[in-house]
Design a protein around this ligand. Structure first.
Ligand code: ASP
Length: 481
């Protein structure tokens, strides 16, 4: 055989290599078998295409329910050892936690320039009606791109049934159908049918020259993933989060959670303990938009950060990786920026803090914040200003008060007309004695014209003799990832 490509197969366990524990006994539970048993069922794998294979199997193949961070690192180590010798890699894995492993590997590998194809099957390779052979053969074809003429995928992907999916966008969606996986918030990278078609425009770019492949071994597994449910007690939340470094909170819909004081106090308590809380939706599709509903403003005010449209699997493993990267305050920033294409947008979330209070209202507000250096105004897609718990003083109930917000115009006053190019919000607020929450999307061209290369100053301007206070002023800058 003329060797056109070299592919390394790492077998970790899973249904793909399972067989009944006791073949003589009907109904005996399935257990993982060693690699050599599995290979008997695909004897000519890669031969026709000119793909030379290398193999490695976990000494004790695992049901993926037993796979944890130490096994992700073991997989990464095995791949790193032979990284230079192969063109692509196939990881055979159980389906149950495959989406976690694919997400974790995506973050653990830095500057990945070769395909890492994670696959498994719904039925064991030893069964006559199995999907295992097809999934294995397809994975080898994609990893052996040099021999098959397919595009090179410099990413960790899940290839399963008829889909090739970005690993850190994938979730298991069926425990029994052939198409067990999907990536609801990102198009599939490829389609497997009579032909395998990869959409090159959807792939991550190749690392640039000089960016060498690395394995990030510092991951912090002391995190939890908690899903809200009606009746969830604040005390339960506090207890579950008591000794962790980070928390993925699966909330309702667009990122909503109970607004009850007890619940929000528990969130505050967790956050002030220095723990990172990332908000992802329980819905299988869609994104978190904190501040869209009052029911999520409370989380925003208590320092919870947005997981945007990340899967819970990606959010959890990204958090483990980000916490391990020891970047201090940067954890919060990096969590909201796409690292491996795991989210559709980057969020640069500038928090201007609170100002005054009911007994000490103020007559003006001006402050600046500096976006992370990864923010570039040219990529700005949306800018949203949010004010929470805003109150007026010196105003009669029912009175309508003009309020303007200027961006990067420190000299702004009530004399500055709302037609000024730096006026990013112009409201008339009716004060009826109750603190107001509001969000305003800034016209994109106004935002682009007002934001420079550095700090962003926001000034709130109200008429003379009027005073105000608020609990939080936020500027959310969304940029294409
Ligand atoms: N329990 C198995 C596993 O995840 C299921 C499978 O592979 O489909 O290892």
């Amino acid at each position: 055989m003329t060797v056109k490509a070299k592919v390394f197969i790492l077998y970790t366990g899973g249904t793909i290599g399972m067989a009944p524990e006791n073949p003589e006994q009907a109904g005996s539970p399935l257990v993982p078998k060693p690699l050599n048993e599995l290979l008997k069922y695909a004897p000519r794998l890669g031969v026709k295409e000119g793909i030379e294979l290398g193999f490695k199997g976990f000494d004790d193949p695992l049901d993926s329910s037993d796979v944890g961070p130490e096994h992700w690192l073991q997989m990464a180590d095995y791949i790193e050892e032979v990284y230079e010798d192969y063109d692509g890699f196939v990881v055979l894995h159980g389906t149950d936690t495959m989406a976690f492993t694919a997400s974790a590997l995506a973050f653990i590998f830095e500057n990945l320039a070769k395909p890492v194809i994670v696959t498994g099957s719904q039925l064991p390779i030893s069964e006559s009606r199995t999907d295992a052979v097809m999934n294995l053969v397809n994975a080898v074809h994609i990893a052996g791109y040099k021999a098959t003429g397919l595009p090179r995928i410099p990413e960790v992907v899940v290839s399963f049934a008829d889909k090739v999916l970005r690993g850190c966008r994938t979730s298991k969606v069926s425990s029994s159908s052939w198409a067990g996986f999907d990536s609801p918030n990102y198009p599939q990278l490829g389609e497997i049918g009579e032909h395998i078609r990869i959409s090159e425009d959807l792939l991550l770019p190749m690392p640039s020259e000089g960016q060498t492949f690395q394995v990030n071994r510092d991951i912090v597994s002391n995190v939890v993933d908690i899903s809200l449910f009606p009746g969830f007690k604040p005390s339960q939340l506090k207890r579950l989060a008591s000794d962790v470094e980070g928390l993925v909170l699966r909330t309702y819909g667009a990122g909503n959670a109970p607004g009850a004081k007890g619940f929000l106090d528990a969130v505050q308590h967790i956050n002030t303990g220095g723990r990172v809380i990332v908000n992802v939706t329980q819905c299988s599709e869609g994104m978190v938009e904190m501040g869209l509903y009052a029911a999520s403003s409370g989380l925003l005010e208590r320092g919870v950060i947005s997981g945007l449209d990340m899967t819970p699997e990606a959010a959890l493993t990204k958090m483990m990786w980000t916490l391990g990267a020891k970047i201090g305050d940067q954890v919060v920033i990096q969590m909201q920026v796409s690292q491996r294409g795991e989210q559709s947008e980057n969020l640069f979330d500038l928090r201007y803090g609170e100002c005054g209070n009911e007994s000490e209202p103020v007559s003006e507000f001006r402050a600046y914040r500096t976006p992370d250096r990864r923010f570039s105004v040219t990529n700005l897609s949306r800018a949203v200003i949010r004010l929470s718990k805003f109150g007026f003083d010196g105003v009669k109930e029912g009175e309508s008060i003009p309020l303007r917000i200027f961006m990067n115009l420190p000299s702004a006053s009530i004399e500055t007309p709302s037609s000024h190019t730096r006026c990013v919000a112009d409201f008339s607020l009716v004060w009826n004695g109750k603190e107001i929450n509001f969000a305003h999307e800034i016209d994109n061209s106004t935002a682009k014209a007002s934001i420079g290369a550095d700090d962003i100053t926001l000034s709130i301007v109200v008429p003379e003799n009027v005073k105000f206070w608020f609990e939080g002023l936020y500027l959310a800058l969304f940029a294409a990832a």
